[in-house]
Design a protein around this ligand. Structure first.
Ligand code: NAP
Ligand code: GCO
Length: 266
């Protein structure tokens, strides 16, 4: 048996939400490298055009669309467009997400709801849009991008942790409800990854020293480094491929060991 064939995505169409840069773009690149056709979306034209250029430079014929994942009618139109222009969505990666770092007592309900809307409700909207076609075609793959905050809390991220904790359980529920249709829904839980989303946590201080949170994460990560978006490619290809057909409702943490480590005595 050629085991590597079970990791091939040849002939598959993958939609990666929010893949204009950061983790989503790296995941899209990895899936493309395994043979998948790539579609992605984001909200801002400037991000879309820059991303298309970047994909072209990488030799990836990605199709990009402007679509806010929180708008159900726009999402349904997006899926129709992708099916007409590329093919049915075989692999959905719910990657689009935001974070607001505000102490809970200072956070407005509107801010809380915006994070929940994008980081959790949108995964429901996106998955609901692709599931009927996956059922009809005899199977599919959904990968939800969870977080350390699917398991842990910390100051100022109450909305984000609530969303990512909910996303872990939505992952398990989709697996439970649709596993019988040969649909696998799993999650990837990245550790702390160097992207624009975490740039504020890595800003150099005025004296040129590293940000205290940067130093904290380095000390809490057995790998003693921040992750790169490319560190997530392998997990994405695995969970998007037939190699993971008997894995369902699992959150695969790609975190350099953070969740396993209590930390070093100061
Ligand atoms: P990022 O650099 O901020 O990129 C987020 C992407 O999502 C952008 O392309 C953005 O483009 C898009 N987006 C945001 N809201 C959207 C919406 N409503 N509709 C469509 N697209 C939207 O974030 P990242 O660090 O790559 O993180 C990607 C995912 O991984 C997120 O779910 C995040 O929570 C998760 N994650 C990140 C880390 C980390 O350490 N970086 C760790 C664990 C999990 P537009 O603004 O143009 O829409
Ligand atoms: C934060 C970070 C984290 C990472 C990621 C960790 O403020 O703590 O942004 O939330 O984005 O989710 O897995």
């Amino acid at each position: 048996m050629d085991i590597l064939k079970s990791f091939s995505l040849e002939g598959k169409t993958a939609l990666v939400t929010g893949a204009a840069y950061g983790i989503g773009m790296a995941i899209a690149e990895g899936l493309s490298g395994a043979g998948a056709r790539i579609a992605f979306n984001c909200r801002k034209e400037e991000h879309l055009s820059a991303a298309l250029e970047s994909y072209r430079e990488k030799g990836i014929d990605a199709r990009g669309y402007i679509c806010d994942v929180t708008e159900e009618s726009d999402v349904q139109e997006l899926i129709r467009k992708i099916e007409a222009e590329i093919g049915p969505v075989d692999i959905l990666v719910n990657n689009a997400g935001i974070i607001k770092r505000i102490p809970m007592t200072e956070m407005s309900v509107e801010d809380f709801r915006e994070v929940i809307d994008i980081d959790l409700t949108a995964a429901f909207i996106m998955s609901k849009a692709v599931l009927p076609g996956m059922i009809e075609r005899g199977g599919g793959k959904i990968i939800n991008i969870c977080s350390m905050m699917s398991e842990l809390g910390r100051e100022t991220v109450s909305a984000y942790a609530s969303a990512k904790g909910g996303l872990k359980m939505l992952t398990r529920n989709i697996a439970s409800e649709y596993g019988a249709y040969n649909i696998q829904c799993n999650g990837i839980g990245p550790g702390y990854i160097a992207t624009p989303q975490t740039a504020p946590l890595r800003e150099l201080q005025e004296d040129g020293s590293r940000h205290p949170f940067d130093r904290f994460i380095i000390s809490k990560t057995p790998a003693r480094r921040w992750g790169d978006p490319e560190d997530l490619m392998g997990a994405a290809v695995f969970l998007a491929s037939s190699a993971s057909d008997f894995i369902n409702g699992h959150i695969l943490y790609v975190d350099g060991g953070i969740l396993a480590y209590i930390g070093k005595q100061p």
